[in-house]
Design a protein around this ligand. Structure first.
Ligand code: TMP
Length: 214
């Protein structure tokens, strides 16, 4: 089954995903569409607990890449079956902040897990729920680090993923660019250095073209 109205947003830290998801959400709602906005990990009670564990709890700080892979997958298995799939089957649109491609890039390319293993675990977690379109907001590593510094969240609000090395962020960016080529046209790369309004416009061009909506 092809679940077409499922759009995921991907990109390195501080690439502008949250702002752009809100804007696309607004545009679709203005056109009378039923839209669910959600995120990964998270989006269900169990998923939000896993999110807290992975991002903030002390016991999540030293998780092995294998444990991370399985925890992200557990969160995905829940949200797919309890939230995303039912909503799509009712004719709604789902906009999700991160999904399967994050696992390929972060646990695969950046943390070094074997691609074959990551793909198998992803397949169990996702079932037939592959995104119809994935928008990759691409920014250089330096820009990502600059924006993270500007954000300068208080120590208590930082998460375990904020403190990775520059080389980790470089692997993340390279991973995304390689995946976008491999998975074209599902994954569409957008230049995240443009203004918020320009990126919003480019996203709408891609979405209206892919889903024939004016
Ligand atoms: P974010 O929601 O603030 O982007 O934080 C989620 C973090 O989790 C981010 O650093 C990327 C990471 N992540 C993975 O490593 N693998 C995954 O499968 C997902 C969904 C996220």
């Amino acid at each position: 089954m092809k679940l077409r109205r499922f759009i995921t947003f991907e990109g390195p830290e501080a690439c502008g995903k949250s702002t752009q998801i809100e804007r696309l959400h607004q545009r679709l709602v203005e056109r009378g569409q039923k839209v669910l906005l959600t995120r990964e990990p998270g989006g269900t009670p169990l998923g939000e607990s896993i999110r807290h564990l992975l991002k903030h709890a002390p016991e999540g700080a030293e998780a092995t890449p294998e444990a991370q892979l399985l925890l992200f997958a557990a969160s995905r298995a829940e949200i797919v079956r309890k939230v995303i799939r039912p909503f799509l089957l009712e004719g709604g649109w789902v906009l999700c902040d991160r999904f399967c491609d994050s696992t390929v890039v972060f646990q695969g390319g950046a943390a070094g897990l074997e691609e074959r293993v990551v793909m198998q675990v992803n397949a169990v977690a996702m079932g037939d729920c592959l995104p119809g379109l994935t928008l990759l907001l691409d920014i250089p590593v330096e820009e990502s680090l600059r924006r993270l510094t500007l954000r300068s969240r208080p120590q208590g609000e930082r998460d375990h993923f904020d403190d990775q090395s520059k080389s980790y962020f470089e692997k993340v960016r390279e991973g995304y660019l390689a995946l976008a080529e491999k998975e074209h046209p599902r994954i569409q790369r957008l230049d995240g250095l443009h203004s918020v309004e320009e990126v919003e416009h480019h996203i709408w061009e891609r979405v209206s073209h892919a889903f024939s909506i004016e």
